[in-house]
Design a protein around this ligand. Structure first.
Ligand code: R5P
Length: 311
């Protein structure tokens, strides 16, 4: 088995390789003068079970193209099996037609990864579980919940907790976390989004008064969803609001928005390489999911159970 990294999240790839006590494949993913991507693998991978680590985060198109070209290079170098390890799967939110004459880009990206030559995919907290079905190759969707639950127990376990889903679509994810937190009660924010990047809280379902609210979501992008929801929860009498989000997309002025928000703390994972602004923020803390991904990789290579990681 071998681990190869493209450029989007080298620290995570190195940490996964460190967990597995092996070096990264000696390879170079670089640009020609006109920005074309070129990949060169400097060691033999013939007959190997290779895992390529690449989040398709900002700049999404460049990082996706790097992943596709790495897969192509591995296929042409006769790797036995190629697994695309995509801790953050960009384009996942385009998983259905929101209106007439619009694309389903998540499906197109799934087709591209498959056509490039991937045999398997390993992702983390896909925006919607159904995206697994966009691939006609085996796709494992890992959950960040165990990593988050351990941190919540350690930091906030002695408080009167309430798990909150910031929108109706996230209820399954929130319920799974609540179950891990000794069946903590659940509240739901009824969010409306008329335009991308703008959201409005309509109602809060559940009594959050005097509760320490733990909001869980897959993505923080502009930060609008979380910051608006945090303020509404406090307006309803919540004692505090902390957010645990798997993918810190944090685009535009999101870090500043979080810094100025009513959130007590925002905890993200390293599925996307954190920017300096995110690392410097007093309100943002980063948990690593390298051991989780490393263990899943080990189990896939050994052909043992991945789902039992979440029992
Ligand atoms: C949407 O359904 C996702 O789960 C997130 O809630 C959303 O992408 C967050 O976006 P933003 O931070 O821009 O409000």
């Amino acid at each position: 088995m071998k681990i190869m990294a493209a450029n989007s999240n080298l620290p995570l790839a190195r940490a996964i390789a460190g967990y597995l006590e092996m070096p990264l494949v000696d390879a170079q993913v670089r640009r020609f003068a006109d920005e074309e991507i070129f990949v060169e693998i400097h060691e033999n991978v013939r007959g190997e079970d290779v895992f390529v680590v690449q989040s398709t985060s900002y700049p999404a198109n460049d990082n996706l193209m790097e992943l596709l070209i790495c897969i192509d290079a591995l296929k042409r170098a006769s790797a036995r099996r190629i697994t695309a390890v995509v801790p953050y799967f960009g384009y996942a939110r385009q998983d259905r037609k929101p209106g007439p004459r619009t694309p389903i880009s998540a499906k197109l990206v799934a087709n591209l990864i498959t056509e490039a030559g991937a045999d398997r995919v390993l992702a983390v907290d896909l925006h919607a579980g159904q995206i697994q079905g966009f691939f006609d190759i085996p796709t494992d969707n890992l959950f960040g919940a165990p990593v988050m639950a351990a941190d919540i127990q350690a930091r906030y376990g002695d408080q009167d907790l309430m798990v909150v889903s910031p929108d109706v679509g996230g209820v399954v994810r929130a319920r799974a976390l609540a179950k891990r937190l000794d069946n903590a009660p659940l509240a739901i924010v009824d969010k409306r989004r008329d335009r991308p990047g703008e959201s409005e809280v309509m109602n809060i379902i559940g009594d959050v008064k005097n509760r320490h609210c733990i909001m869980i979501d897959d993505i923080i992008d502009s930060g609008g969803t979380l910051c608006n929801a945090a303020q509404s929860l406090l307006d309803e009498g919540a004692a505090s609001v902390t957010a645990y989000i798997t993918h810190g997309v944090l685009s535009g002025g999101a870090v500043a928005r979080v810094d100025g928000s009513a959130l007590k703390e925002l905890v993200i994972t390293d599925s996307i390489k954190p920017t300096d602004a995110a690392k410097d923020s007093d309100k943002i803390r980063i948990l690593t999911i390298a051991p989780l991904i490393g263990e899943a990789v080990r189990r896939i290579a050994d052909e043992s159970s991945v789902s039992s990681l979440f029992d």
